[in-house]
Design a protein around this ligand. Structure first.
Ligand SMILES: [Zn+2]
Length: 296
């Protein structure tokens, strides 16, 4: 090999090492989505949510996470409701932190069904809840087997996101509000909520509050997706979506929401695994991997 060819060979090796991010297993993530749905509806008070909590804790235990159950009670419509946020920490000795979050409760009411007699039936929530949890659980496995160079990772699985009344922000995101109100640790450098990212027809716009409060983090995530050759992250700013990132922003945390809100089965009985795809989970999952494992 002459010197010039060797030089280019060396360059190739170095550049491929720099790009050597762990691979996100989309099929394995999708299995996490399906398993949650097999537990049935996971609305507060259901048998399904108890089983789902056990499932999440069990998976995180396998990944050697430090786990804390944050129990709380809220009053909604003059009724006391108990909730449990599941907190997991990886590499707690590392000072730079990324917080990743998703809600795991599903909506008790299919109140976007055209047939009003179905409005009191709980939804299965394949996309609206299970998809975000599925990506986080798959990430947990990657993080546990390969320590990121720059960041320790915290995860929160929020309870009681989806019992709200349309138009009344105070009634949504109760688990994340409790978490944010009681947050005493040093703030993470970056916090990312993922919600409804399993839609087989994935299209993720820049959510208004995220863009206006944490423009650099939005840009960073969208740039990473762009570098991956992913075109499902659109450079379009959408309306305000009051989701679990909002209480984090209000608490002064650099937080964004990754959400595909254009989902025809939102809050209907049609929110089932066949409307979701492994590819969609993979797109969001790999983008998160590359954010976590970057070397800056
Ligand atoms: Zn919802």
């Amino acid at each position: 090999m002459n010197k010039l060819i060797f030089f280019f060979f060396l360059l190739l090796v170095i550049s491929s090492c720099a790009d050597n991010f762990p691979a996100f297993d989309a099929d394995s993530a999708f299995a996490h989505l399906e398993k949650q749905c097999e537990l049935g509806a996971r609305n507060p008070g259901s048998a399904g949510i108890e089983l789902c909590r056990d499932y999440i804790v069990n998976e995180l235990t396998k990944c050697n996470a430090e786990i804390e159950l944050q129990k709380f009670t809220v009053v909604l419509n003059e009724e006391e409701i108990d909730g449990v946020n599941i907190l997991a920490s990886f590499y707690p000795q590392m000072s730079r932190r990324i917080l990743l979050a998703a809600h795991y409760d599903t909506r008790p009411w299919a109140d976007k069904e055209e047939d009003t007699t179905l409005h009191n039936t709980p939804i299965l929530g394949a996309n609206d809840a299970a998809s975000g949890v599925a990506v986080l659980l798959e990430l947990a496995e990657i993080i546990s087997t390969q320590q990121p160079q720059q960041f320790g990772i915290d995860m929160v699985f929020f309870d009681l996101e989806d019992m709200g009344e349309y138009g009344d922000n105070e009634t949504w995101c109760l688990g994340s509000s409790y978490f944010a109100d009681n947050y005493t640790k040093p703030k993470p450098e970056k916090a990312i909520v993922i919600d409804m990212i399993g839609d087989a027809d994935l299209s993720i716009n820049m959510e208004h509050f995220s863009y206006h409060n944490s423009p650099n983090l939005v840009k960073e995530v969208w740039d990473i997706a762009d570098q991956l050759g992913v075109n499902e992250f659109k450079p379009i700013i959408t309306n305000r979506i009051y989701d679990d990132h909002y209480p984090l922003i209000a608490a002064g945390i650099n937080a964004i929401d990754i959400i595909d809100f254009e989902y025809p089965f939102w809050h209907t009985l049609g929110d089932t695994p066949d409307k979701c795809s492994p590819q969609s989970l993979g797109i969001v999952g790999q983008t998160m991997v590359n954010l976590i494992y970057q070397e800056k």
